[in-house]
Design a protein around this ligand. Structure first.
Ligand code: PLP
Length: 496
C-alpha cells in the first residue's frame, strides 16, 4: 500500500515520500507527516536476528513505499558501511542501570550521522524518481552537529550544493573546526552573529519564500532542507530504536514483547519523535523520557501544556540542545490534536507571533507516554564524573543530560523497566566540558591537546574524526549578520 504525506498545516497537497524528501518543508510552512502509521511486518523475534542494514530495510520500506526495493537497499548499503567505526553501526553499551545506544560512530562523531549519511542518497534517488532537473540546494541551520554531518554527506554529491549557517559563538571549538575545514566544490559554511533559533528562522523563511523559489527556479536551482524537519531525516532515525530493541532481545536482556523505556537528550525534538514513531509502528516502548538542558521549554510544556519560548536563551555545555523552538514538536502537536491541520496551524501561528501557545486538556492526556525533565550544567558535569568513576564509561555532555534525567525519572517513579539512553555524541566532541567534569580542568592547551589528555586518562582512542580536522586548513571564515543570509545564499549560487 502506498503511504502519502500531508502537511501539519493543511495548506499543501498530499505527496509521496520522494516528493516530501525533496521539499523538506511543505509549501505552507508545515511539516510533512505520514497520513497513517504502518505496522512492523516482521516479528520482534525476527528483528532480534537482524543486523543494522537489514533492520533499516525492514523499517524504512514501511515509510518510503514509493522507493523500489533496489533503490532503498542501495541507499542503505551506501550509507551504513565502513564510514562507521563499529560494524554494529549503533552499538549498545551497558553501564549502571541503563543501556547506552551509541549513535556516534559515524564520520562526524554525533548522532546526526545516522540520518545524514543516508539523506544524500535518498534525496538524489528521489530527484531521479521525480524527474527533477534542477540542482538541489541544501540550506541548513545548525546548532553544531547537523552542519558538519550534512556537509560530510553532501560534499561533492553531483546535482547538489549545500550552504550551512551556524551561530558563530554557539558551537564548540571542535564543532567549528570540523565545519570550517570542510572541503568540496559545492559547499559553503557561514557563521552568524546570533543564536541557533535566529539562523533557523531565517532559513525557514528562505525555504518558504515563493518569490525566492521562483528566482532560484529561473536559475536552475531548487531549495531543500537537511534539517530534522525533513522526513528523510526522521525515518532513518526510527531504525536505531528498532535495532536497539532487537539487540536487547538478542542479548537476552528482555524477551520479545517486553517493554523498554527510551531516554533522549532533546533539542529540536527530532530524535525523540523518531522514538515515538517507533512506538507507533509496534516497538514496545513504555515511556519516552525527554531530557532537556537549562533551556527547559519542553520540560515546562510536558508539565503544564503551555509552550512558551519567551525566556532567556542560555548557552550551556550541551550546545546542540540550546534550542527554544523545537521544530519537530509540531508533528506531535498535529497528532495529539487528532490530525487537525487547522488547530495545528493556529497554535504554530501563536508560536511565531506571541511565542506562546497552550494545548487543550484532551491533547495533554495523550502525552501520557512522555516524561520530561531537565539537568542543570552542574548536574550534567556531576553525571559525567559519576558514570566515569562508577562504571569506567565516558559520556559527553548531551548524553549526560539524558543520563541525569533518567536517574531523576527512576527516583521519582520507581519504574525499573529496562531503559535505553540515546548517546548522541562522542565525549571527544565536547572535550573541554568533559575534562572539566572529570576534574582535569587544569590541562593546558587547545581542544586537540585536551583530546590527547582525555585519551590518556580514559584509555580510549582519539576518534579519526578529530585526527582529521586537527591539521586540516580553514577553508571558510565568513561571518555575517542574520539579515544578510539571503544575500549570502544568492552570492554562493552566483545569482545577483
Ligand atoms: C542534535 C543533537 C541533539 C538534539 O537532537 P534533536 O533531534 O534536535 O532533539 C542532542 N545531542 C546531540 C549531540 C546533537 O547533535
Amino acid at each position: 500500500m502506498q503511504l502519502f504525506y500531508s502537511s501539519t498545516r493543511g495548506g499543501a497537497e498530499k505527496v509521496t515520500s520522494a516528493q516530501a524528501i525533496l521539499s523538506g518543508l511543505a509549501p505552507d510552512g508545515g511539516l510533512y507527516v505520514p497520513e497513517c502509521f504502518p505496522s512492523l511486518d516482521v516479528s520482534l523475534q525476527e528483528l532480534a536476528g537482524f543486523d543494522y542494514q537489514k533492520t533499516a530495510w525492514n523499517i524504512m520500506k514501511l515509510f518510503l513505499t514509493d522507493f523500489t526495493e533496489e533503490e532503498l537497499k542501495n541507499c542503505i548499503r551506501s550509507a551504513y558501511d565502513e564510514k562507521f567505526d563499529s560494524p554494529a553501526i549503533a552499538p549498545l553499551h551497558r553501564a549502571g542501570d541503563a543501556w547506552y545506544l551509541e549513535l556516534y560512530h559515524g564520520t562526524t562523531i554525533a548522532f546526526k550521522d545516522m540520518a545524514l549519511s543516508i539523506l544524500p542518497y535518498l534525496m538524489t534517488t528521489a530527484a531521479r524518481k521525480c524527474g527533477m532537473e534542477q540542482e538541489i540546494v541544501i540550506l541548513t541551520a545548525t546548532s553544531g552537529d547537523t552542519g558538519k554531518a550534512a556537509l560530510a554527506g553532501f560534499a561533492d554529491v553531483p546535482g547538489t550544493r549545500i550552504a550551512v549557517f551556524y551561530p558563530k559563538h554557539g558551537v564548540s571549538p571542535i564543532q567549528e573546526k570540523q565545519m570550517v575545514t570542510q572541503a568540496g566544490k559545492n559547499v559553503t559554511v557561514i557563521g552568524i552573529e546570533g543564536n541557533f533559533d535566529d539562523a533557523q528562522s531565517s532559513v525557514k523563511k528562505m525555504l518558504t519564500d515563493p518569490q525566492l523559489a521562483d528566482l532560484l527556479s529561473r536559475n536552475g536551482f531548487r531549495f531543500s532542507s537537511a534539517n530534522s524537519i525533513n522526513i528523510g531525516r526522521l525515518v532513518p532515525q526510527i531504525v536505531y530504536y528498532a535495532y536497539a530493541y532487537g539487540q536487547l532481545c538478542a542479548e537476552g536482556a528482555i524477551s520479545p514483547g517486553d517493554e523498554i523505556n527510551v531516554t533522549v537528550p532533546t533539542g529540536n525534538f527530532g530524535n525523540i519523535l523518531a522514538a515515538f514513531y517507533a512506538k507507533q509502528i509496534g516497538i514496545p516502548i513504555h515511556k519516552l523520557i525527554c531530557a532537556s538542558n537549562e533551556n527547559k521549554v519542553l520540560f515546562d510544556f510536558f508539565r503544564t501544556g503551555v509552550y512558551d519560548r519567551n525566556r532567556e536563551f542560555i548557552l550551556t555545555s550541551s550546545p546542540s540542545m540550546d534550542i527554544l523552538i523545537s521544530s519537530n514538536l509540531e508533528r506531535l502537536i498535529y497528532q495529539i490534536g487528532g490530525n487537525d491541520p487547522e488547530g495545528c496551524a493556529s497554535l504554530m501561528q501563536q508560536l511565531s507571533g506571541s511565542g506562546v501557545y497552550t494545548i487543550t486538556p484532551q491533547m495533554q492526556e495523550q502525552l501520557d507516554c512522555f516524561y520530561g525533565n531537565y539537568a542543570s550544567m552542574e548536574e550534567t558535569a556531576d553525571q559525567i564524573r559519576r558514570v566515569f568513576t562508577d562504571c569506567s564509561y565516558l559520556i559527553d555532555t548531551h548524553t549526560a543530560v539524558g543520563s541525569c534525567v533518567y536517574d531523576k525519572y527512576r527516583k521519582e517513579t520507581g519504574d525499573s523497566t529496562p531503559t535505553v539512553i540515546a548517546s548522541t555524541a562522542s565525549p571527544y566532541k565536547f572535550t573541554r566540558s568533559v575534562m572539566e567534569a572529570i576534574g582535569m580542568a587544569e590541562e593546558q592547551g587547545d581542544d586537540f591537546a585536551l583530546a590527547d589528555a582525555l585519551s590518556a586518562c580514559s584509555g580510549t582512542k582519539v576518534p579519526q574524526a578529530v585526527e582529521t580536522v586537527r591539521t586540516a586548513p580553514v577553508l571558510h571564515d565568513h561571518v555575517i549578520s542574520r539579515d544578510k543570509m539571503q544575500e549570502a545564499v544568492l552570492a554562493f549560487l552566483g545569482i545577483c
